[in-house]
Design a protein around this ligand. Structure first.
Ligand SMILES: [Zn+2]
Ligand SMILES: [Zn+2]
Length: 236
C-alpha cells in the first residue's frame, strides 16, 4: 500500500507537474504555465513578410499578396496566424488537441495579445460534426475561441456555424481534393446579416477550411469574415 507521502506527492504532481510536457525539462514556471518559458520563446514565428490574405510567407520583397490569392480571391478577408506549425508549437497543439491538455487553450489564445486582430462583432470556432465532437469529447477550436473572446471582449457564438458533413482528415488530402471534400461541409444556422466575423481554428494548412466557413457565413449575410489560427503549415 502506498504511503500517505507518496499519495500526497502524486496529487501534487498532478496539480503542479514539474516537467514540461513539450521538452521534458523541469521548470518552475509549470505551476502557472502548461509549458515552459523556453518552449514558448522557441515558437517559430512567421516572418514579417507574409501574404496579407492567407499569411503565407512571401519570398519576394515589396508585394503584399501571394500568387494564389491574386489568382483567386478567397471568401475571407485575411487570416492572422501566430507561428509556424513546427517545433514547440506543433508539440503544444498535439498535446492540446489529441492528448486533451485543455489548459493549453488560454496560453495559446494569449499569444494573440501581441498581434493586431481586426475588429469583429462575433467570434466563432471552426465547428466539428456531432460525431467527431463525441469521439474527441471537446472542440479545441471552441476552447481557443472562448479564451480569445475572454480577453478581446468580442462575443463568442458556438452555434452560429455548424459542420454538417463529415470530411476526411485534411492532412490526408492534396490541395484540390481538400477543397472538394470541404464543399458544403459548413452551414450557418442563423442569419449573421451585416456582421464582421472572426473564425478561430488551431491550425491551418492551405486555408481551405476557413475559406469554406467564410463562404457559409457570407452566404448567411455576414459583411466580412477573417480567420485567427494559432499555427500555419509552411512548406519549405
Ligand atoms: Zn519546455
Ligand atoms: Zn495568399
Amino acid at each position: 500500500m502506498p504511503s500517505y507521502t507518496k499519495i500526497i506527492e502524486g496529487i501534487l504532481g498532478m496539480l503542479f507537474p514539474s516537467l514540461c510536457p513539450v521538452c521534458g525539462r523541469p521548470s518552475d514556471e509549470l505551476a502557472t504555465s502548461p509549458i515552459c518559458g523556453v518552449c514558448w520563446a522557441n515558437m517559430s514565428r512567421l516572418p514579417a513578410n507574409v501574404c496579407g490574405v492567407c499569411s503565407k510567407p512571401l519570398q519576394v520583397e515589396g508585394i503584399t499578396k501571394c500568387g494564389d490569392c491574386y489568382a483567386e480571391k478567397p471568401f475571407y478577408s485575411t487570416i492572422r496566424a501566430y507561428a509556424r506549425f513546427s517545433g514547440a508549437m506543433k508539440e503544444a497543439i498535439h498535446l492540446f488537441k489529441f492528448s486533451g491538455v485543455r489548459r493549453l487553450a488560454r496560453p495559446l489564445a494569449e499569444l494573440f495579445k501581441t498581434i493586431e486582430i481586426p475588429e469583429a462583432d462575433l467570434i466563432v470556432p471552426v465547428p466539428l460534426t456531432k460525431k467527431r465532437l463525441t469521439a474527441r469529447g471537446f472542440n479545441q477550436s471552441l476552447l481557443l475561441a472562448k479564451a480569445i473572446s475572454d480577453f478581446t471582449r468580442i462575443p463568442l457564438s458556438y452555434d452560429t456555424l455548424l459542420k454538417v458533413k463529415e470530411t476526411p482528415h485534411q492532412t490526408t488530402l492534396r490541395g484540390a481534393e481538400r477543397v472538394k471534400s470541404l464543399r458544403n461541409a459548413f452551414r450557418s444556422a442563423v442569419s449573421v446579416k451585416g456582421k464582421r466575423i472572426a473564425v478561430v481554428d488551431d491550425v491551418m494548412t492551405t486555408g481551405a477550411t476557413i475559406n469554406e466557413c467564410a463562404r457559409a457565413l457570407i452566404k448567411a449575410g455576414a459583411r466580412s469574415v477573417f480567420g485567427i489560427v494559432a499555427a500555419r503549415t509552411v512548406l519549405e
